[in-house]
Structures are given as C-alpha cells and as structure tokens.
Design a protein around this ligand. Sequence first.
Ligand code: COA
Length: 269
Amino acid sequence: MAMISLINVNKWTPSSRTLRQFFGHFPSVELARCLKYKSKQACLHRMAGLILVEDAAKKLFDSSCASHHLTRDGTGKPKVSSLPQFQFNLSHNGSFSVLLAFKDASTPCGIDVMELDSSSVPSPMIDSISRKFSAVENLYLNHADSTESRLFRFLRIWCLKESYLKAIGIGLSIPLDSISFQINSAKFSSTEVEGDTRLFVNEVEQELKFTEMVYENHLLTACSDLKVKTIDLNILHVIDPSDFCENYSVKYNSEAEIDEFVSNYMQKQ
Ligand SMILES: CC(C)(COP(=O)(O)OP(=O)(O)OC[C@H]1O[C@@H](n2cnc3c(N)ncnc32)[C@H](O)[C@@H]1OP(=O)(O)O)[C@@H](O)C(=O)NCCC(=O)NCCS
C-alpha cells in the first residue's frame, strides 16, 4: 500500500501551546537539526517532516513515537530502526513537506516536490543545469512553446531525477546525463496523474514507476516499484500539524529544554 501525505507549512503558524507540545515530544537530536535552518520556513519544513514520519508509522504500523528510532545512513537518508519494513522518503519545497511511504522495505521509494514558480528557477539557471541533462531530455525541454512551459518541463525533469536519486539513496554520485527520462506526455493538468514516463540508465530501461501530479501549484513526483498500482490524487492525505501535536502529547524533553527550543525557534525570520 502506498501512502502520500503532506503538510502545508505556509498555513502553519504554531501557537505557543503547539510549539511546547512539539518541542516536548520529538528527540532533541532531530529538533537540533530542524533548528539549524536559518529561515522559519525551512525549519517548519523539517518539523513537518518529523510529524509526517510519525503519522505514517502510526497509520501503517500502529507504531507510536517512530521519530525516536530515526537513524540516517552515510548519505543522509533517514530510516526508522525499529520498523525495518517502513520505507519512506521526504521532500520539502515551497508551501509543502511531502512524504511517500510503503509497508514493504524492498519497494524503491523516492519523492520530490517543487513549486511551479518561475522566480525560484530563473532562465539562466535552467540553461546551465540543462547542460547536464541527456540529449532526449534536452529535446523535450527545447520543444517548449513558452517560458511557462519551459519551466514546467524543466521542473518535471528535475523532480524525476531527484525522485530517482532519492529512491536509490545515492545523492549526486551518478552522472546526471547517464540518467535519461523518456517523457511521453507533453503536459498534464492538475486533475490528472502522469504515469507513463520511462527511465533509462546508461541506456538500459529501469523497472521503476514514476508518478507525477500537480497539487496546488506544486509538482509532486514519486518513484516506486512497477508493481505499486495505486498512486493517485485520491491517496493524498493532508495532515494538520497542530492537530497532530494536540493528539501526541507524550513528553520526552524537560521544561528547560523546551524553553530553549521555543526561544531558538522564535528568533527565526
Ligand atoms: C538530500 C538530497 C538527495 C535531496 O535534497 P533536496 O532536494 O535538497 O531536498 P528534498 O527536500 O527533496 O529532500 C530532503 C529530504 O530527503 C531525505 N534525504 C536526505 N538524504 C537523502 C538521501 N541520500 N537519499 C534519499 N533521501 C534523502 C531527508 O529525509 C530530507 O528531509 P529531512 O532533512 O527533513 O529528513 C540531496 O542531497 C541531493 O544530493 N540531491 C541530488 C541533487 C541533484 O543532482 N539533483 C539533480 C536534479 S536535475
């Protein structure tokens, strides 16, 4: 079973009660990671990620406090050590933090989200990054008939590559142009899900499924196993982070630690 859940961090202004519940509940090493980010939005993205992991562990395995068993491998990919079958991946961009999860550890699992916003990816950046794309991808990119369509096509290729790299968990160690996507549909609407994009690595087709969808002006791309059937807009769960904090009131950190975390958070812009 596939699960995609998301939190709109731009709609989350945690009250002081929610902040105290949040900073009381999660492991201090993870809280320090969230608070390392300078901007409030980046910090909220990471805080939302912790909530999404706990929420998915609860829904898929009926397991509480999964974040207390979070470990990261040498590349930074997180796992929950107490739930070996729990396969998940997170992505943060624009308004959203998004999680893709499966109950089966052998299923490849990668997700990427990007806001469809031209100001975040100016044309010179597209020109420079696309030099590392494959010839087939550049053909697709260069057939765009407007600036808006070029941005959409660029972000499609970007999210496809990221979701793949994140599924196999190797970050940047493969040359980007050896990963080549064959995109069969020029575009798709916000009510459709695109599922027939194919991937070739060093010209060998990969047995992976790529699911692309647009949700509230963000592109979401999931990389999974071919046998995973039901990834569509209907399986998106929108999580209310304040509700989550209200219901998960197990407290691990001391009042003094909570004070310090809250004060650190309040200083962010
Ligand atoms: C982490 C990485 C894999 C993605 O980073 P990113 O795009 O900045 O960030 P995203 O928001 O999509 O994902 C961040 C999440 O990925 C997860 N993650 C971290 N390292 C990971 C890895 N090696 N593999 C898979 N997932 C990873 C984490 O859960 C992280 O969220 P968290 O910090 O809240 O736990 C990045 O290090 C990277 O190397 N990306 C490849 C860049 C690239 O060449 N892209 C080509 C596109 S054309």
